[in-house]
Design a protein around this ligand. Structure first.
Ligand code: ZN
Length: 200
């Protein structure tokens, strides 16, 4: 009699566990939480450039006629650019250097440069860029820098930015290996080259 009671009790415990755990799993499966891999962005950067920000940009510009050409001027800018990589991985990618027409807020021309920024580092770069500009262009210009992101859809959340609460611990534990699998060392192609004076 006692044995039977024990068996029933055991079974009940199992049922208790079943009715306790299954609804818990079902409920947590319904609760969307921020994806720990992409931190809710839905995309991860294959090059780490989404952690890179422009801290400072100073420059001086010399304007000279392009040798052998009457229609264009060469804007030679000596640039001092400071970039911060706030991520835990080294970043490598592209920075668009943009020459702006301040009077109408229009991009006159863009030049792309490459950059490598070690993890958690503020790095300074000094380089020269020559923009070729149509001679009639207004002289009020400004140089700006813009970080080019090369984002890919996050595989953990399929680009949604959220995962089910019961899936979260798995993604959290796997975070680094998932990140590594998405950080494919494939050559990244720079943005298509545009004729700088195309729409002038
Ligand atoms: Zn994600």
């Amino acid at each position: 009699m006692f044995k039977l009671f024990k068996a029933i009790f055991k079974a009940q415990k199992k049922y208790l566990a079943f009715f306790g755990i299954v609804p818990l799993l079902l409920t947590t499966a319904m609760i969307p939480v921020e994806c720990p891999e992409c931190e809710g962005r839905g995309v991860v950067s294959s090059t780490g450039m989404h952690n890179v920000t422009v801290v400072r940009l100073t420059y001086t510009t010399d304007i000279n006629p392009v040798v052998g050409c009457n229609n264009y001027l060469a804007y030679k800018s000596s640039i001092h650019l400071v970039l911060l990589n706030s991520g835990e991985d080294n970043a490598h990618g592209y920075i668009n250097m943009v020459l702006l027409d301040v009077s109408v807020g229009k991009i006159i021309t863009t030049q792309t440069v490459t950059a490598e920024i070690p993890a958690s580092t503020e790095a300074a770069y000094d380089f020269d860029i020559t923009f070729q500009v149509y001679v009639d262009n207004p002289p009020i210009t400004r140089v700006a820098a813009e970080v080019v992101n090369s984002d890919v859809q996050c595989i953990s959340c399929n680009g949604k930015g959220t995962v089910a609460a019961n899936y979260w611990p798995l993604v959290y534990v796997m975070k680094d290996s998932l990140k590594a699998s998405q950080r494919i060392d494939k050559p990244w192609t720079p943005p298509p080259w545009e004729e700088p004076w195309e729409d002038l």
